[in-house]
Design a protein around this ligand. Structure first.
Ligand code: FES
Ligand code: FE
Length: 434
């Protein structure tokens, strides 16, 4: 099948074909490539900090259990009984030393090994010999950075460090703001079912263009005098970090807008004195000032993790037109003063009736409906091509509303989905532009 697929039919340098959002075959191919060969975000250290802690998650179409084993190791086990493939663990989270299958009662320890088979005699003597092979399958590789745990179902491939590349800076940037240098994600997750393709949900997070229109009513309501929805000349930029990662860097805006909870050194010190003092205790005044002025990241980490200020979001694709987005607020250990604000802000933006996620969810649904309305066509991602500036490391900066992140996303998509020998993206002629 792979040999017959030419990614140039659906992705080119400045455009993407609508079928990437609607084709069940392309969706399946993404599951077989992006979510089966690469690193995918699955959980955070703080959620499985104690032996026995577990969570159920998805890696593409594979249900998994992230389990902190009694031996101290965190594994990503396939959530599938080795008897007849029943989904083994059906709770979202908990603490357990073992998992018993609801179908015939086979029991597995939280390290994955098969520990009990009811009425085992019925299998005869030969069964003892194969029993050790009947443990749970597990992700070939599990690794973490800054507490964020990623798994890869493939034994071979780039290391997590290579995969994250320049995106580690985003995680560092978030951790720099924590007085302990760590975060915890134990406020639990808000779930949103989007009737949209997973890539639409993901890409939208680094679309600096839509916010001015999709969310105009929110911004007008909360900061009437300070922000106009006319694109400004601030130095806010979008950035293609490479390897599919990208971001909108709001540092310039944090400095410009003087309001509560904006990451401007002076304002943060006034509004959050306890937090600022604790941060200063860690870093000293100079580095504290720098961390606050740079502020938190707004970064998409390919393919499914998104850090948006103090919000963390990850997505699980359900089908070609259905996606679950999980969001929570990053908590700084022991910092109630700022944590309360982070929680309230996350609720307001991303909660069940959150203003931003409600807008984005509806836009995603309408987008999917539009794509289904007739034969898909090429969709243009050329905004900002002329303002892209690559620095000496290859990172591409562009104007706030440029589609530079999307171009980087689909360059990576073509590489991964098209296979190692995917053709380089080419700019096609601008025949329709005049
Ligand atoms: Fe799990 Fe039979 S399918 S015990
Ligand atoms: Fe939005």
């Amino acid at each position: 099948v792979r040999a017959e697929f030419d990614v140039r039919d659906v992705v080119q340098e400045d455009r993407v074909h609508g079928s990437v959002y609607t084709s069940p075959e392309i969706f399946q191919r993404e599951m077989d490539t992006i979510f089966s060969t690469g690193w995918v975000y699955v959980a955070h250290d703080s959620e499985v900090s104690e032996p026995g802690d577990y969570l159920t998650r998805q890696i593409g179409s594979n249900p998994v259990v992230v389990a902190h084993g009694k031996d101290g190791e965190v594994r990503v086990l396939l959530n599938r009984c080795s008897h007849r493939a029943n989904k083994l663990c059906n709770a979202e989270m908990g603490n357990a030393s073992s998992f018993r299958c609801p179908y015939h009662g086979w029991t597995f320890s939280n390290t994955g090994s098969l520990t009990a088979v009811p009425m085992r005699e019925g299998y005869g003597d030969a069964f003892q010999g194969v029993r050790s092979e009947l443990g749970l399958a597990e992700a070939a590789r599990v690794d973490s950075y800054g507490g964020f745990i990623f798994a890869s179902l493939a034994a071979e491939g780039p290391s997590l460090t290579e995969h994250l590349g320049g995106a580690v800076r985003a995680i560092d940037r978030l951790l720099d703001l924590s007085p302990t240098g760590t975060i915890d994600l134990r406020a639990n997750w808000m779930k949103h079912r989007h009737l949209a393709n997973w890539k639409m949900v993901v890409e939208n997070n680094v679309d600096g263009y839509h916010a001015l229109f999709t969310h105009a009513s929110v911004y007008d309501a909360v900061r009437p005098a300070k922000v106009s929805h006319v694109p400004s000349k601030t130095a806010v930029v979008v950035r293609d970090i490479g390897d599919g990662h990208s971001e909108i860097d709001y540092a310039a805006e944090y400095r410009r807008i003087d309001e509560e909870f904006v990451w401007y050194g002076r304002t943060t010190r006034e509004k959050l004195p306890k937090y600022s003092a604790a941060l200063e205790k860690r870093h000293g005044p100079e580095k504290t000032h720098d961390a606050l002025v740079v502020g938190p990241p707004h970064t998409l980490i390919w393919p499914n993790l998104f850090l948006a200020e103090m919000n963390v979001m990850y997505v699980e694709p359900l089908s070609v037109n259905e996606t679950i987005a999980y969001t929570t607020a990053a908590m700084f250990p022991g910092q109630d003063e700022i944590n309360q604000k982070s929680l309230r802000r996350a609720e307001g933006a991303m909660g069940p009736a959150g203003f931003l996620i409600a807008d984005d969810g509806e836009i995603g649904m309408r987008n999917q409906a539009g794509l289904a309305a007739r034969d898909p066509e090429w969709l243009r991602l050329s905004r900002g091509v002329e303002t892209d500036v690559a620095d000496e490391t290859g990172i591409v900066n562009s104007d706030k509303s440029a589609e530079t992140p999307q171009r980087g996303f689909y360059r990576q998509w073509a590489k991964v989905v098209g296979g190692a020998d995917a053709p380089a993206a080419t700019t096609i002629e601008q025949e329709n532009d005049q």
